[in-house]
Structure formats: C-alpha cells, structure tokens
Design a protein around this ligand. Structure first.
Ligand SMILES: NC(=O)C1=CN([C@@H]2O[C@H](COP(=O)(O)OP(=O)(O)OC[C@H]3O[C@@H](n4cnc5c(N)ncnc54)[C@H](OP(=O)(O)O)[C@@H]3O)[C@@H](O)[C@H]2O)C=CC1
Ligand SMILES: Cc1cn([C@H]2C[C@H](O)[C@@H](COP(=O)(O)OP(=O)(O)O[C@H]3O[C@@H](C)C(=O)[C@@H](O)[C@H]3O)O2)c(=O)[nH]c1=O
Length: 297
C-alpha cells in the first residue's frame, strides 16, 4: 500500500514517518515543503508545497498513492487570526487540491482536523456535535472538512486535540514542552484553569491516522487522548513528572489571559467510535509524558 504523507516535517508528520516505515506492507512517500528533516530508510521523500496545485497534480500522477494522510496545515492559531490569506491558502485551498487529486487517482484521503471547529460551549464532544468555530483557524479547518464531505472522494476525517510530543527541528512547540522548558528556566507562567482538553500524544495521533489509512475508514473519527484536563492540570502534571517547581505555575482564567485568537473553552473528545471501529487505544496523559520523557533523555 502506497501512503503519501503531507507536512512530514511537522510533529505528526515525523511520528507518521517513523510508524509507517515499520510496516513492510506500506511504501511511504513522505512529502514536505523544503528539505527533509526525516530519517528515511524504507520509503522516499519528495519536496511538496501543497498550496501549489500544479505540484500536487504532478506528484499524484507520478506516485499514484493508494492513500494520502493530509496533515500539512498552518497550525499557528494566532498567526491564522492575523494572516487570514495565508491561513486560507494553506488550510483550505491546498485541501481542495489534495481532494481533487484523490478523486482523479482514486486515492483514499485521511484528513486531519481539530477540536477548534467547535465553540467550546460544552464538552467532551462526539462526532455528531455541531461545529461552530470561534477563531479563523477553526473556520479554515471547518471549511476544509466541508469541501471534503461535499466531494466524491473516499475520505476519513480525523479530528484531534492539543497534540504534544517531541521531534527534531520542531516548527512549533507544544504545551508540555513549553511548561517543562519554562520551569527549567525558572520562569513564572500563567496557565488557564477554565479551558478543557483531551491532550493527545503525537504517537497516538499517528497510530489513529495509520489505522484509518490501512482500513480506508469512511467517516469522521475523534482521535485524542482519554484524559479530560485543563491546561493548568497539564502544567501541574508536567511539573510533577519532571520534578520541577510547581510554585512557578500561576492559575489564571481566560478572561485575564489574552491571546490574539479566542480559544474554545471546553472541548475534548469522546473517542468511543474510534476505539470500536478502528481499534484505537491511546496512552493516558501520564503514560504519554513518559513516552516523551524517554525521547528527551
Ligand atoms: N498541534 C496540535 O495541537 C493540533 C494539530 N491539529 C492538526 O494536525 C495536523 C498536524 O499538525 P502538527 O503536526 O501538530 O503541526 P505542525 O505545525 O508541527 O505540522 C504542520 C506541518 O505542515 C507543514 N506545512 C505548512 N504549510 C505547508 C505547505 N504549504 N506545504 C507543505 N507543508 C506545509 C509545516 O511545514 P513547516 O515545517 O515547513 O512549517 C509543518 O511541518 C494539522 O492539520 C493540524 O491542523 C489538530 C488539532 C491539534
Ligand atoms: C502559551 C500559553 C497557553 N496557555 C493555554 C491556552 C491553551 O488552552 C493551551 C494551549 O495554548 P497554545 O496557544 O500553546 O496552543 P493552541 O494554539 O491553543 O493549540 C491549538 O493548536 C491547534 C493547531 C489546534 O488544532 C488545537 O487543537 C490546539 O491544540 O494552553 C496558557 O494558559 N498560558 C500560556 O502562556
């Protein structure tokens, strides 16, 4: 089975590259813009900017993948709020090009989406919940889902939440690394205790994408961690695990903690459907920090 991955230099992309190379029945085609940050011994790397329709069509015609796992996105939520054109170009237009190419080459599309399509009024959420994004990043990711659902492509949409983990050359940090690094530097951090998430280990998200890919699963799946936590809980658990100074963590609430883009208050996912249909089984948050800690040593 030929599986093409977009955004392979990212946190999810790098974990997928490791995982897919372990399956001898999978031929990995890892793609990313610019040069590879990957160690590929079983598969190939091709440079691909997904916002370039011609490049997408050319590579799909050449490779003819059986499945594409589309993780490439503009994921800096605050930047998406201010640079809306770049956000739409990457998160929506590029997804249209990938979807069109999938239809043309009969490729199954596994598309990665987010809890930020929801408004945060209640949670945790299952796949039947009505989307209502509160920031532009969320609007762009919902628009991408909707164009896929309207299409005639064979598709899985996998939504996830607050991904954490560690890889080389990370293009963005994540909450566990940010807390750990801040406390190690003796910095005081303000962390909200009125937002709710089910934080997701990057390796678990990669496994969810792999399961959907080999099954060519049809439909929407919520793929996240199983612990319903606030960022404050996450910060305290991280400090405890790495034996860091918890007194540097100051609880605050969203009214006082201003980010350019609004965050939905309460999200987090119910993952029963993915467990039942895909055999998805994530780490607990404690176990997940342990996986990350093993890689930092
Ligand atoms: N991280 C999170 O907390 C969550 C992520 N998601 C979704 O998961 C997916 C993976 O995100 P994650 O790995 O965490 O994020 P990253 O930002 O680590 O990875 C995204 C990758 O997409 C690449 N990319 C951006 N624009 C293009 C382009 N035009 N062509 C090719 N590649 C491009 C980036 O490249 P470069 O390295 O050059 O910047 C980056 O490597 C995304 O679809 C995101 O929306 C959903 C919920 C939570
Ligand atoms: C930086 C920071 C964050 N936080 C909280 C706010 C937020 O709920 C949580 C994470 O904040 P960040 O801004 O780091 O991450 P954020 O941009 O909210 O992460 C999002 O990324 C995109 C790609 C997604 O798809 C979403 O699922 C979500 O994971 O931590 C604080 O409380 N204090 C801080 O100083």
């Amino acid at each position: 089975m030929k599986i093409l991955v977009t955004g392979s230099n990212g946190l999810l992309g790098q974990k997928l590259s490791v995982l897919l190379q372990q399956d001898k029945n999978v031929e990995l085609i890892a793609t990313a813009r610019g040069k590879s940050h990957l160690d590929i011994t079983n598969g190939q790397f091709i440079s691909l900017d997904v916002s370039d329709k011609h490049a997408v069509d050319e590579i799909f015609s050449r490779v003819k993948p059986d499945v594409v796992i589309h993780g490439a996105a503009m994921t800096q939520v605050d930047q998406c709020e201010t640079d809306r054109e770049a956000c739409w170009k990457t998160n929506v237009d590029a997804t249209q090009y990938i979807t069109d190419a999938c239809i043309q080459h009969n490729t199954h599309l596994v598309h990665v989406s987010t809890d930020f399509i929801f408004d945060g009024s209640h949670g945790p959420l299952d796949e039947e919940e009505k989307p209502n994004p509160v920031n532009y990043y969320g609007e762009s990711k919902l628009a991408a889902e909707q164009l896929i659902m309207r299409s005639h492509a064979s598709w899985s949409i996998l939504r996830t939440v607050l991904v954490y983990g560690i890889t080389n050359d990370m293009s963005r940090s994540n909450i566990v690394l940010w807390v750990k690094n801040s406390l190690e530097q003796g910095k005081t951090i303000q962390v909200v205790n009125d937002q709710w998430r089910t934080p997701t280990l990057a390796e678990d998200l990669a496994m969810g994408c792999y399961l959907a890919a080999i099954k060519k699963a049809k439909g929407i799946y919520h793929i996240s961690g199983k612990d319903f936590l606030t960022p404050y809980d996450i910060a305290i658990a991280t400090a405890d695990y790495f034996n860091l100074d918890k007194s540097l963590i100051q609880a605050t609430d969203s009214s006082k903690f201003k980010q350019p883009a609004r965050r939905p208050a309460k999200t987090g996912f119910i993952i029963d459907k993915a467990k039942k249909d895909l055999g998805y089984e994530p780490h607990s948050f404690q176990e997940g920090i342990g996986v990350l800690a093993e890689q930092i040593r």
